[in-house]
Ligand binder design. Structure first.
Ligand SMILES: [Zn+2]
Length: 208
């Protein structure tokens, strides 16, 4: 569980940074006309639709936390911070009507319904911990899922993680069989893969 919390924390920190940067960028523009020009440019539109995707990852993390009944004060705090900075950013985005249309409706962001039909481990996204879509009628079926090293991810979760958090995806899911005896092995995999144990840390620990 601790490893999951750690991954979610890294994820939320990354999300906050992305939205914060977008917000700061627009804050720095003093003229509304320039602001809407930025938002209407093809690069601006692509950039902010990417930021919107990242915000969706945060909402999925929120859903994943509900599913797994993870109640962690720090994570909740990060989610609140993201909500505040996102609301700020939305105010800027409203300068541009086309951007406003691109913003996801509140109802499409609610991931709590996804939890209803269970959360089998091998179908769970390694980043947000929410079930990935693999049924035709899935509520989330607009979102593609990808498979990497035996672990499933929402395409946008994986994309966000690789671009903004780490060059290797978190492998949260323990092997399906013998999960009890494989605990140590699982931890080793996590350590070298995704958690804060970088190559530098490993060098330090062998020197002692
Ligand atoms: Zn995901």
């Amino acid at each position: 569980m601790e490893a999951k919390v750690k991954t979610l924390q890294r994820c939320l920190n990354g999300i906050y940074k992305v939205i914060r940067t977008a917000n700061d960028t627009l804050c720095a523009i003093s003229k509304p006309s320039v602001c809407s020009e930025v938002l209407l440019s093809p690069q601006g539109t692509a950039y902010f639709s990417g930021v919107t995707e990242v915000y969706r990852v945060a909402k999925r993390v929120e859903g994943g936390m509900k599913t797994l009944s993870i109640s962690n004060e720090t994570l909740q705090h990060s989610l609140r911070d993201i909500e505040i900075i996102w609301n700020n950013l939305q105010a800027f985005l409203s300068f541009s009507p086309s951007m406003l249309r691109m913003l996801p409706a509140e109802s499409t962001l609610d991931c709590s319904a996804v939890t209803a039909s269970g959360n089998a481990q091998n179908e769970t996204c390694g980043v947000c911990l929410l079930r990935t879509p693999n049924e035709p009628n899935d509520l989330n079926d607009t979102e593609n899922s990808v498979l990497h090293n035996g672990c499933r991810y929402h395409a946008s979760c994986a994309n966000f993680w690789l671009n903004c958090v780490d060059s290797s995806l978190p492998g949260l899911i323990a092997p399906k069989e013998n999960s009890e005896t494989l605990d140590l092995e699982g931890l080793t995999v996590l350590g070298s893969n995704s958690l804060d144990t970088g190559p530098a840390d490993l060098t330090v620990s062998t020197a002692h």
